[in-house]
Structure formats: structure tokens, C-alpha cells
Design a protein around this ligand. Structure first.
Ligand SMILES: [Zn+2]
Length: 413
């Protein structure tokens, strides 16, 4: 009897404890809510609402300055002029052509970088004219990444209008060559690595964010044989034979969906004419995974298949590496302060955020350099990298408020 009472108490505690836990918001959630309810932050949000027409106009103006990778100067100059009206410090270009501006903190806080890329995928000389129709803007580049450039400009003005000071520095960087080589972000991270606490890449996204980058490896594999006329002695075969056998076997490999992984063979080539055996038959492999172990394992299996099929056809093998970039993963990052704060910000703004490890943007370069980083964006858009690209207008204002709250939660009020 005397032993059953404590057991009963223990049982009661065990039953009620998880419920109590679920009801108590975490200190991070509390802190984010407190920032959101701050009167100056409310004033900043009201400023954004009052300036919707101006934000929309400016978004269109920037979109209409085409900025193909490597040709970002005209758009950068336009932004530079706007930044100079916004009481920022140390506005300058680095050696890669990135445009940088600092909003100094009062001291003692984290240094947080917010990045939006200047460049587009469209050819030089393309005349861009945006059209507004049924609540959407249509224009190449309007979403990727101009919506996020505009979101940063809008938050800078709102912070100034509401006279908000952060403890940490907010560093705004408008990067070049995101779409091609990551040349801009690589230069910036290399120059500033030791000074950056958090790196936020605004690129794509709206309701959710990514906290890791997917690894992407591209190869071109060749089977090399003697070739010859169709009527020449067979074997030797056309090099297209081991190619076909290899592709079929590679597609039989098990590609896991968790961790998220993909394999695609998209391009192939052989003889230039109908009446010749291919002496060089080739195909490309696009291999992606959030796990470097999965990539390494699949690469090993693909190599075995290629070697076996080359040997079987009595041919040789050649592999060109088109490009490789490993999965950008920081161990434990999913449970880090940055990810928790970002999640709390998204929830505070009314989102139920998808949080994924499949980013593929400037954030990966920061992560690969050991800098805690996420990527997100300020609004929902469709058809990126296409002439039909378009964005919804209305959600952008909510997206801008989300970016503002993220800036304040990370750089600290
Ligand atoms: Zn982009």
C-alpha cells in the first residue's frame, strides 16, 4: 500500500507532463512573439502596408532591368542609388562585383548577412516588360530573384521609418553570378568568413525554408571503341551498345527517397551519321542527394557498371567531370538556434513551414564554409528561369514582414 501511492503520483506526473510541455512555448517562440508585438515593429509593418503601391512599382522597375549573370552592373547601379538614400554604411562593391551595404547595430549582437542575387538566366539584350494581370506580375526574373531584392529594400526602409535599432549588424549583399558559378557568394564568403554569424540567402521559397544544400554531381561518360562502317566486321560493335546496356543497368539501381536523392540521364550522343558505328558514345549523369554517403555509394556502383560494360564490349572508358558540389550539411544544424528561430518566425507569421535539406543556392556555399545558413524567400512565384515567370502580388507584403521579423529575431532588437 505504502508503495502504491508514489506510483500513482508518478503515473499522474507522466501523463500530465507531455501535455504541459506542449502548452509551454519555447523561449525562442516567446522571444520572437515579443519582437512581433513590439510597438516599433508594428509601426514598421504599418509602414510596409502604407507603401504597397511604391513597393510594387519599384519591384517592376528592378525586374525590367535585365541582369544576365556576368552583366549585373546596370541593375547594381540602380540599387546602389536607392541604398544611398537609405542611411546605410559602407556601401561598396567587392572584387567580384557584389553590392554590399551595412546597417550598423548598436553593438554586442550577431552579424547577420541577408543575400539576394542580382543575376538572371536570360540572354543579354532581352527587353523585359512586366504585365500585371489578375493579381500576378508576369515578367522573366520577377521572382528569381527580384522579389527578394525588393523585399530587402522594403525592410530597410521600414526599419528606418520605425527607427528600429538592432544589436547586431545587418549586412545586405546583392550577389552576382548565382545562376552560373556561385562566383559572387564564393568571393563574399571568402572575404568575410570570420565575421559572419548567420547567412540568410533569399532565393525562392515563401512558406518554408531550407537548412542544408543538396549535393549535385554532373558527369559525361564515354565508351570509346574502334567505330567503322555499318558493313564492317561485327564485333566490334558500335559504342552505343555498352552505352545502352549501362544506362539500363544504372536505372535499375535503387535511388533512395530518404535521404532525398535523384538520378537522371538526360543527354546522350554517338555517331554523327547513320552508316557508321559510334567510336565515341556518351551520356550524362545528374546525381543529387542530401547525403554525401548516398552520392559516393551510387557513384561507386555506376563506375562498376561502366567498367563491366566497357570490358564486355572490349572498349575503353573516359569520364568528364562537368561539375561537382557536395551536399552542404552542418551536423546538428537542424536543431540549431538559427533553424529554431527561423521556424519560430515562420510560425509567428502564420505559416506551417516545410523545412527541407534540399536547398540549391548561395546558402550552400556558406554552409560548406561552416557558416550557419538557411534559405527562404518573400513570395510565391511560378515558372522560374522561363519567359512565362510570374509571381502573386498580394503575398509579397506578408513575405516582406516575415523577412523583417527574421532580420530582427536574428540580429536582435
Ligand atoms: Zn535564384
Amino acid at each position: 500500500m505504502s508503495r502504491s501511492i508514489p506510483r500513482l503520483i508518478l503515473l499522474t506526473v507522466l501523463i500530465s507532463w507531455p501535455a504541459a510541455l506542449a502548452q509551454t512555448p519555447s523561449p525562442i517562440t516567446e522571444a520572437v512573439k515579443e519582437i512581433q508585438n513590439n510597438s516599433k515593429v508594428k509601426a514598421a509593418n504599418e509602414y510596409i502596408d502604407r507603401n504597397r503601391a511604391g513597393i510594387l512599382r519599384e519591384w517592376i522597375q528592378i525586374t525590367e532591368i535585365n541582369a544576365p549573370s556576368g552583366h549585373e552592373q546596370e541593375r547594381a547601379k540602380y540599387l546602389e542609388r536607392l541604398l544611398r538614400q537609405s542611411r546605410l554604411q559602407n556601401i561598396h562593391y567587392d572584387s567580384a562585383g557584389n553590392l554590399i551595404a551595412v546597417r550598423k547595430g548598436t553593438g554586442g549582437g550577431r552579424t547577420v548577412v541577408f543575400d539576394a542575387h542580382l543575376d538572371t538566366v536570360f540572354q543579354p539584350g532581352l527587353k523585359i516588360k512586366a504585365t500585371v494581370k489578375e493579381g500576378k506580375i508576369y515578367a522573366p526574373g520577377v521572382g528569381d530573384d527580384t522579389r527578394n531584392i525588393e523585399a530587402l529594400l522594403a525592410t530597410i526602409r521600414a526599419l528606418n521609418a520605425a527607427q528600429i535599432k538592432t544589436r547586431g549588424d545587418l549586412v545586405f549583399v546583392f550577389t552576382v553570378e548565382e545562376e552560373t558559378s556561385f562566383g559572387g557568394v564564393k568571393r563574399f564568403v571568402e572575404d568575410n568568413k570570420s565575421k559572419i554569424d548567420y547567412y540568410i540567402a533569399l532565393d525562392g521559397g515563401y512558406e518554408g525554408f531550407t537548412y542544408a544544400g543538396i549535393g549535385i554531381n554532373w558527369y559525361r561518360h564515354h565508351f570509346i571503341g574502334p567505330g567503322g562502317h555499318t558493313r564492317s566486321r561485327t564485333p566490334p560493335y558500335s559504342a552505343s551498345l555498352p552505352l545502352a546496356r549501362a544506362i539500363s543497368r544504372i536505372y535499375d539501381l535503387k535511388v533512395p527517397s530518404n535521404p532525398s536523392s535523384n538520378l537522371n540521364i538526360g543527354m546522350l550522343g554517338g555517331s554523327e551519321v547513320v552508316n557508321a558505328k559510334a567510336s565515341d558514345a556518351w551520356f550524362t549523369v545528374d546525381l543529387r542527394s542530401t547525403s554525401n554517403e548516398v552520392i559516393a555509394d551510387l557513384e561507386k556502383k555506376i563506375t562498376v557498371i561502366l567498367e563491366e560494360e566497357a570490358k564486355r564490349a572490349n572498349m575503353s572508358l573516359k569520364t568528364d567531370v562537368i561539375s561537382t558540389s557536395p551536399a552542404a550539411v552542418i551536423p546538428g544544424h537542424r536543431d540549431s538556434d538559427l533553424v529554431k528561430i527561423s521556424e519560430a518566425v515562420h510560425r509567428a507569421m502564420g505559416f506551417d513551414p516545410p523545412i527541407t535539406a534540399t536547398g540549391s543556392n548561395n546558402s550552400s556555399v556558406a554552409l560548406l564554409n561552416g557558416i550557419p545558413s538557411i534559405s527562404t524567400g518573400a513570395g510565391p512565384c511560378d515558372d522560374s528561369h522561363a519567359l512565362t515567370e510570374n509571381c502573386e502580388i498580394e503575398p509579397l507584403y506578408q513575405g516582406i514582414k516575415k523577412i523583417l521579423l527574421l532580420e530582427l529575431a536574428l540580429a536582435q532588437l
